[in-house]
Ligand binder design. Structure first.
Ligand code: BGC
Length: 250
């Protein structure tokens, strides 16, 4: 199957689109619904089903989810309702929309898309993709192979501060600091990651990547830093690619 529905579940919005997996492009419009608050499994399942229904879609659905995901089960809840922990995302969303759902971490999905269709294509070294939104998600690749489930947004640095609490978009909004002040913080975080992993390339995705031109001069690591080519659609495209790969196992 070449066209699959990808849905990127975020802490503030749930976005879906049909994705043509031959070229990694959206094959139509995006549809977004705000993430319900509180973001309980039942409330989010209705929002998820609304998106599937909007597209009148029947078939495998890929889902990028903002938590640790193992075998379809949610194992953390930094920016979503705590009742998600231990919940099977694939079952809850699958029952709500009547389609088989394949769930993976949102940043791993975005990374997969960028490596296949975007800025990571043909990159042979160590690549770290960071999604900057309500939280910070990460995906790590070496010679094109992913180390799944990294949670670099939860790295502790700067006197016991959690990275995503210090320098996500969410932190910028919460602290009411300028984008330039935020970028200085984010640069400190990139330097910390560089000290630990020595990556060759950082790819920045998520909502904040749209403003890359405004702050790129403030990012001073030796590793190259580029915005994701697929920008905020990387999560949707990667989710669809994940479903395409995993449906074969069923
Ligand atoms: C979660 C990650 C997720 C990231 C971006 C973090 O708080 O722990 O799993 O990838 O937010 O949504």
């Amino acid at each position: 199957m070449q066209t699959i529905l990808g849905i990127d579940v975020g802490a503030s919005g749930i976005k879906g689109a049909l994705v043509d997996l031959r070229n990694g492009k959206l094959s139509g419009e995006r549809f977004r619904v705000p993430t319900p608050q509180p973001s309980t499994p039942a409330a989010m399942a209705s929002a998820f089903a609304e998106i599937v229904e909007f597209f009148g879609y029947k078939g495998p659905v890929g889902c990028g989810f903002p938590s640790i995901v193992k075998n379809g089960v949610c194992h953390s809840a930094a920016n979503i309702d705590q009742s998600w922990i231990g919940t099977n995302i694939e079952t809850v969303f699958g029952e709500a929309c009547g389609c088989p759902v394949f769930a993976t971490n949102d940043a791993d999905a975005a990374g997969m898309a960028e490596m296949r269709f975007g800025m990571g294509k043909d990159e042979k070294g160590l690549v770290i993709l960071l999604t900057i939104g309500t939280g910070i998600g990460s995906a790590m690749f070496y010679k094109g192979h992913m180390l799944p489930g990294t949670e670099l947004g939860h790295l502790i640095f700067k006197n016991n501060r959690v990275a995503e609490v210090y320098c996500s978009s969410g932190a910028r909004e919460r602290l009411k600091i300028s984008r330039s002040e935020w970028a200085d913080r984010f640069n400190e975080y990139l330097h910390h990651l560089e000290r630990i992993f020595s990556p060759d390339l950082f790819i920045l995705g998520g909502g904040e990547s749209k403003f890359f031109e405004q702050y790129k001069h403030q990012l001073t690591t030796q590793a190259r830093v580029v915005p994701a080519r697929l920008l905020n659609n990387a999560g949707i495209i990667g989710a669809a690619a994940y479903a395409a790969e995993h449906q074969k196992e069923h």
